[in-house]
Design a protein around this ligand. Structure first.
Ligand code: PLP
Length: 365
């Protein structure tokens, strides 16, 4: 960024105290919940660690579903707090199946909490959230959902599904700041969080948050608030509300369909299959004779964003990013153009015109 002047970010006034509760309410609306929503002054990984740290205690049996490194970390934090954790890993790079979850629940009647990620930007998969949450609810099990990537990209109806704890961040599909995050907490979740060995006097303590923010009438948040982040969140929400959540979701769905149509026209192999394909990134499997690093080094054209998959099982995957403000036709076409040129440079025969036509057709239909 040549010589951009960032000095206007200095000397920011305090974020008005009465607006924190409004931000929490607006986020609650986006998440589809009337549960308490806590604002966390840190990126969403910290919010996830706070949830695991606050819930974990000896004697708590949790089923932790692992479909990316985020799930691995969550299991580790639960274990660190003394919980009895059953990690259920999907086949690498794939979504979890409802059958696998059901088998674990049948075999382990002590399970009291279940955690999973909704959509994975690491591999471009979507987990069967609705079915798994319904299954857990039918057995009275507390549900924890990492919806950081999915919020805004996939419908998330926290109260409709009955999700007890949902963690979101504004920095992915909502195109907001990365320095804060939010957690919705049901009354059932509070009863599990309020245990005798609950972590206290800690940035990771949800019970502290309840006492210091909810119970004091939701004025200014505990600690020193970072005004830049909160003004940015307010602007991101203004933009989302002006566009309308349905339109934001539609924009991601269209970008997914068009990207997939274009990749198919290029002869590429799609990784995630419907209905388990994420609307945030589309992943393609590179042909065996193409070196991924060389491919990625040739991908750069203006407006394109193509990166390597993240985590085990994604070694042959590349991701075409259409998250947030990138969920639009121009970015989709730029990604397809870059992908096609990189294939061509690797010696493959491609028909870019046909791919772009397929993507544009997908937008028009
Ligand atoms: C991005 C993401 C997070 C949070 O990561 P940050 O480091 O806050 O960006 C958590 N879970 C999932 C599934 C994510 O995609």
């Amino acid at each position: 960024m040549p010589n951009r002047d960032w000095s206007h970010l200095l000397d920011i006034p305090a974020f008005p105290a009465e607006r924190y509760a409004m931000l929490a309410d607006r986020l609650a609306h986006v998440m589809g919940t009337k549960n308490d929503v806590l604002l966390i002054q840190a990126e969403a990984v910290v919010a996830l660690e706070a949830v695991a740290t606050s819930l974990a205690r000896p004697g708590l049996c949790a089923l932790n579903i692992v479909t990316s490194p985020y799930g691995t970390w969550f299991g580790h934090w639960l274990q660190r707090g003394g919980a009895d954790v059953i990690n259920l890993s999907a086949e690498q790079g794939h979504p979890i199946t409802v059958q696998a979850v059901q088998a674990q629940l049948d075999a382990n009647p002590d399970i009291a909490a279940l955690a999973l990620v909704h959509a994975e930007s690491a591999s471009g998969i979507l987990n069967p959230l609705e079915e798994i949450v319904a299954l857990a609810k039918s057995r009275g099990i507390l549900t924890i959902v990492d919806a950081v990537a999915s919020i805004g990209g996939h419908p998330l109806d926290v109260d409709g599904l009955g999700i007890d704890i949902a963690v979101i961040g504004p920095q992915k599909s909502l195109s907001g700041p990365a320095g804060l995050s939010a957690i919705s907490v049901s009354s059932k979740a509070w009863t599990l969080l309020d245990h005798s060995t609950a972590t206290r006097t800690s940035i990771l303590s949800l019970m502290d948050q309840r006492e210091q923010w909810l119970d004091t009438g939701r004025g200014t948040i505990p600690g020193t608030p970072a005004p830049l982040e909160f003004f940015a969140l307010q602007s991101a929400l203004d933009r989302i509300e002006a566009e309308g959540m349905d339109n934001v979701l539609r924009r991601h769905d269209l970008a997914k369909r068009a990207t997939r149509a274009g990749l198919v026209a290029l002869g590429a192999q799609l990784w995630a299959q419907e209905p388990s394909a994420s609307a945030l990134v589309t992943t393609a499997v590179l042909p065996p004779d193409i070196d991924r690093d060389a491919f990625l080094s040739r991908r750069t054209i203006a407006g394109a964003d193509i990166t390597a998959g993240v985590g085990p099982g994604t070694e042959r995957l590349v991701r075409l990013n259409h998250t947030g403000q990138r969920a639009n036709e121009e970015s989709v076409l730029a990604n397809l153009t870059a992908f096609s040129r990189a294939l061509e440079a690797a010696g493959q025969t491609v028909d870019l015109d046909q791919a772009l036509h397929a993507a544009v057709q997908s937008y028009r239909s």
